[in-house]
Write a protein that binds this ligand. Structure first.
Ligand code: PEP
Ligand code: MN
Length: 263
């Protein structure tokens, strides 16, 4: 399908589609206070990050795990957007949340667990905001592209696909397996941009740098990475969260790639 990138305040087409300067979305999995998330956002802005990720509504496997700050968390992120001028990328889990906040945040993240939630996909299809559609950990490429089609069909053509790892042999070794082949496959079969989440794919901070570089070389349009100023203090997914120093190395690599004649 021909895409017609409409957007409000951010330029998805310029930033994510065939941009030699690949986008890096960075930030913590979630957060437990304004002070925590503000200090991370501020440091990320200083290293040149424009798109800030942080979860306020968390879809956790264990119902007793921290579920995010919810509405209060979204308000904190909107305050940070205003104070630091960052674009906010955050997950919305329900139709009600999309109605309430969909037009106020910059990129709506649809999580892996919700890729098959067709009513939610239709709802984000009705608004004029970019949607980051994560691949389910067990979805075929066709299922993933058809999920994107639910959004496109409603009129919202600002869909960014995100590969975040598929189920492998179990999480004792790595959390998931990064399906790097998804990048050339999607490039051949769709004209939607595709970014990679090496954090949820590996579940291990030490793997994130090499997989980030590999994804960029394989043609990904960008990355979404979990970063914290003090990963050990992260309320969720601390094991896979990198620090700012490692992020800087990934940014440096990405900047070098601007001059390469590949992809
Ligand atoms: C996340 O990005 O924090 C997240 C929960 O990702 P996924 O939906 O890919 O598991
Ligand atoms: Mn996470």
């Amino acid at each position: 399908m021909e895409t017609n990138y409409l957007y409000n305040n951010i330029n998805v087409k310029n930033d994510f589609v065939n941009n030699k300067d690949k986008v890096i979305i960075a930030g913590p999995c979630t957060f437990s206070s304004y002070e925590e998330v503000y200090s991370i956002a501020k440091e990320l802005k200083e290293v040149g990050i424009k798109y800030f990720r942080a979860g306020a509504y968390k879809s956790r496997t264990n119902p007793y795990s921290f579920q995010g700050l919810g509405d209060d968390g979204i308000e904190i992120l909107l305050k940070i957007k205003k104070e630091l001028g960052l674009c906010i990328v955050t997950e919305l889990l329900t139709i009600e949340q999309v109605k309430k906040y969909g037009t106020r945040i910059d990129i709506i993240q649809i999580g892996s667990r919700n890729m098959y939630n067709y009513e939610l996909l239709k709802e984000v299809g009705k608004i004029n905001k970019p949607v980051l559609l994560k691949r389910s950990f067990a979805a075929t490429y066709s299922e993933w592209l058809l999920a994107a089609e639910y959004i496109l069909k409603e009129g919202n053509h600002n869909v960014i696909l995100c590969e975040r790892g598929v189920r492998g042999f179990g999480s004792e070794e790595t959390r998931n397996v990064l399906d790097i082949q998804a990048i050339p496959y999607i490039k051949r079969h769709s004209n939607l941009p595709i970014i990679v989440d090496p954090s949820h794919a590996s579940g291990e901070a030490y793997i994130v740098e090499s997989m980030s570089k590999a994804s960029l070389v394989a043609g990904a349009d960008g990355l979404i990475i979990e970063v914290h100023t003090n990963p050990k203090e992260s309320k969720c997914d601390s094991k896979q969260t990198i620090n700012i120093e490692i992020l800087k190395k990934i940014i440096e690599f990405k900047n070098k790639m601007k001059d390469w004649e590949i992809n």
